[in-house]
Design a protein around this ligand. Sequence first.
Ligand code: ATP
Ligand code: MG
Length: 332
Amino acid sequence: LEAVQMLAQQIGIDAGSARTLVVTGRREVQEVPSVVALHRKTRAVVAVGEKASEMVGKEPDHLVAIHPIRAGSVADLDGALALFRFFLRRTARSRLLRPRVLLGVPGAATQMQVRALTDLAFEAGASEIHLLDETVAAALGAHLPVGSPQGTLLVNVGAGRSTVSVISLGSPVVTALTDAAGYMMDDAIARHIRQEHNLMVGERSAERVKIDLGAVETIPVTGRNLATGLPLRISLRGAEIESALEETFARLELTVRRVLEQTPPELMADIAVSGMTLVGGGALTRGLAERLGQATGLAVRLAPDPVRAAALGMRRLMQEGSALAPVRKVQR
Ligand SMILES: Nc1ncnc2c1ncn2[C@@H]1O[C@H](COP(=O)(O)OP(=O)(O)OP(=O)(O)O)[C@@H](O)[C@H]1O
Ligand SMILES: [Mg+2]
């Protein structure tokens, strides 16, 4: 049986708060919203992924649509298990062979957080699990010199958290985690609109404003007029949204500074030359790259495919072998 199991394919999972990327050695990277809709009372799974995502904020009383993974840890057991089952089933080549799983985890995650994730992956059907640091995965995906003694500064701005690492010889040397990321920006935007325009908007509308900020100068948004209780559409100026994001940017900047302060001088000298690379969906936020560059004096570059960088790095590892970066096998 063991020999047969060796034929099982390996799949890479970058389980994010907002979306999860699943990759096999050959096929395209699959993107699935990390959302599960559950029956409120029985907790029976009603929808997973795209379908569940469309329900967020629109659920009738008996349903609840949740993000079961928050900032790299399991926030809802039933939901997270349903998600993992969905990923494994979706990529499975055969019903008989249980896939081997490569899982990206943040370097600064606690052992308990990691254990919660791996327990679920085993329960969902993984036959074997290997862990890879998620910033190392993203750096591999961005084709940075991960395995060399050359220091690499990587900033991953996700939805629930951001990770900042200095990587050398395949592993993070210094790493830090902060909740200054996409959700915090959405909250700040919703708060700004409520306070300055007396308009209540949902989290999806706030996120839309943040994303549109990158493309247009005035951004329309619809919500509930808090004075009349009726729907109202207004136009926001890009500049006011940027100022609403200031606090999140400042916290991210602080995290980058903290990592730099702990970076050994030789690696610091490398980074002074190579600068920093941004990955993750939040890295696309207008003004963030410039802000981090001004604050640190370093060159900042956005990875070519910032959202999928970690998944692409996992695929490289599966194709080119684990000599690229160390992976850690998890005992059942
Ligand atoms: N064009 C864009 N501009 C600004 N923000 C964006 C853009 N596209 C996506 N985002 C934001 O990126 C975040 C999702 O990024 P990503 O997929 O890297 O996070 P995640 O891996 O799901 O979360 P985490 O790593 O925190 O667990 C969301 O907050 C989303 O709003
Ligand atoms: Mg992520």
